[in-house]
Design a protein around this ligand. Structure first.
Ligand SMILES: CCCCCCCC/C=C\CCCCCCCC(=O)OC[C@H](COP(=O)(O)OP(=O)(O)OC[C@H]1O[C@@H](n2ccc(N)nc2=O)[C@H](O)[C@@H]1O)OC(=O)CCCCCCC/C=C\CCCCCCCC
Ligand SMILES: O=P([O-])([O-])O[C@@H]1[C@@H](O)[C@H](O)[C@@H](O)[C@H](O)[C@@H]1O
Ligand SMILES: [Mg+2]
Ligand SMILES: [Mg+2]
Length: 218
């Protein structure tokens, strides 16, 4: 949904900054790499210690690099298969660090086995959701449904909640409950999205293979 409705807005807002970086000789790949490093550092330095406010601030500063790198590549006319591969692969690394950071907190001082499991489920489900699309496209299918909760939704829901939950450390009472709510939402949403994509790929595969393919499969 965000990919569909918010991308145009962020493209407009970030285009001048992307152009500035290009003029300074910065490459899209460098933005992809530095952005990922910043997200990973923010997530793994702050989240396992329960410092959700500062962790979210650092991650937010770097996570928009994922919109800037592609914008730069398109402006410069140098979009490439390598760039697409690097971008998607490092997205998986960043997502692993964010949800891994939450899991480490709940496995440690956050002391909640259920929420640790939910965070791990978000991590694994997010990776599998992305894989369904990558694998479906790799076998030549359109995978025409993105589903309910794409990466942008997973990040916005969990990071807004983490940032607000972090305000508990500044004396705001009760607000830390937002993070567990967000993790449950992302977990359920990712599961729904996974089912949506699997059903879509199955339908598209059967249509593409025809009766012969169905026979071969059985
Ligand atoms: C009170 C608190 C209120 C807070 C409100 C906050 C509201 C939320 C704020 C922001 C929402 C942002 C949503 C943005 C969604 C945009 C949708 C979108 O586009 O998603 C996908 C993208 C990028 O995808 P991708 O990488 O595939 O696209 P690219 O454009 O990069 O193109 C890829 C192609 O480019 C080529 N290429 C790329 C790289 C390269 N090196 N070479 C290349 O050639 C190649 O062809 C590729 O194929 O974006 C994302 O997924 C990122 C989502 C960002 C999510 C932001 C989360 C921040 C959220 C909240 C922070 C709030 C902090 C609150 C703190 C509160 C404290 C009190
Ligand atoms: O598939 P998903 O994780 O919901 O969403 C994402 C896509 O929208 C994006 O275009 C791609 O660059 C990411 O790596 C990721 O795959
Ligand atoms: Mg990107
Ligand atoms: Mg990306």
């Amino acid at each position: 949904m965000l990919n569909k409705y918010a991308r145009a807005f962020f493209t407009r807002v970030l285009t001048p900054f992307a152009a500035f970086l290009l003029r300074r000789g910065v490459s899209p790949d460098a933005v992809t790499l530095v952005g990922t490093a910043g997200v990973v550092a923010g997530a793994l330095v702050f989240f396992p210690r329960g410092e959700f406010f500062w962790g979210t601030i650092v991650i937010t500063l770097f996570v928009f690099s994922d919109l800037v790198d592609g914008n730069m590549a398109r402006q410069a006319g140098i979009s490439s298969r390598w760039g697409a591969f690097l971008d998607s692969t490092l997205d998986r690394v960043a997502d692993g660090a964010i949800f891994g950071g939450f899991a480490l907190w709940y496995a440690g001082n956050g002391d909640d086995n259920v929420l640790c499991a939910v965070a791990l489920f978000c991590l694994a489900a997010g990776q599998v959701v992305s894989y369904t699309k990558a694998r479906g496209e790799a076998i030549g299918l359109p995978v025409a449904v993105n589903g309910l909760v794409e990466r942008a939704e997973r990040l916005v829901i969990s990071l807004v909640a983490a940032g607000l939950a972090g305000l508990h450390g500044f004396g705001v009472p009760g607000i830390q409950v937002l993070l567990p709510i967000a993790l449950w939402l992302v977990a359920v949403g990712s599961l729904v999205t996974l089912v949506q994509r699997v059903v879509t790929v199955r339908r598209e595969a059967i249509e593409a293979d025809g009766p012969a393919g169905q026979g071969a499969a059985s």
